[in-house]
Design a protein around this ligand. Structure first.
Ligand code: PNS
Length: 158
């Protein structure tokens, strides 16, 4: 049985994330989407909100669950018997950021990292840009799932 995890902040999830989740779910028997909690960073959405937003969007994907984790990702992978970490890659900046983490994680426990190249229509989409554009009144509705758009609107009282 093949098992992987897709870790990230997902503050909030975007259509780009969902695309990676869907594609990764086809490659593994079991896929855990791991919302990694950074206690030093206050996000727009709470961990529980992020999880709920993701869960609604992956409910139709077989073998996919959503969990949270605080601490080293390799400890999580070992605890949950995850052999492969799956990440999306949009560009060379992502690659430069991800490669040392993949190497460190491999060094620490032998866990592998597999990269899925982003679908071209999401190559410019990130949670941080979505939040910035939304806060300044821009239309991000095509870049996030409907429940995320509703949650953004609710946060902003719109
Ligand atoms: O969505 P993000 O913020 O780019 O995700 C980055 C994340 C959370 C996957 C990465 O920071 C991580 O794995 N954090 C867990 C702590 C850890 O293991 N740090 C050492 C990495 S080698």
């Amino acid at each position: 049985m093949s098992k992987a995890c897709c870790p990230g902040s997902f503050d909030p999830m975007t259509q780009g994330h969902l695309d990676i989740f869907r594609r990764a779910a086809r490659l593994f028997d079991e896929l855990i989407i791991t919302v990694v909690v950074n206690p030093n960073k206050q996000g727009m959405f709470t961990t529980d909100e992020r999880i709920a937003l993701i869960e609604e969007n992956v409910a139709d994907l077989p073998g996919v669950t959503v969990e949270q984790w605080t601490g080293l990702l390799v400890d999580y992978a070992r605890e949950r018997d995850v052999a492969c970490i799956v990440k999306g890659l949009r560009n060379s900046t992502d690659f430069d950021y991800e490669l040392p983490m993949a190497g460190m994680n491999q060094h620490l426990t032998g866990v592998e990292t597999a990269f899925l190249t982003t679908s071209p229509q999401y190559s410019y989409v990130s949670s941080s840009l979505v939040k910035e554009v939304f806060k300044l009144g821009g239309d991000v509705s095509a870049l996030v799932p409907a429940n995320v758009q509703a949650a953004l609107d609710a946060k902003a009282g719109r």
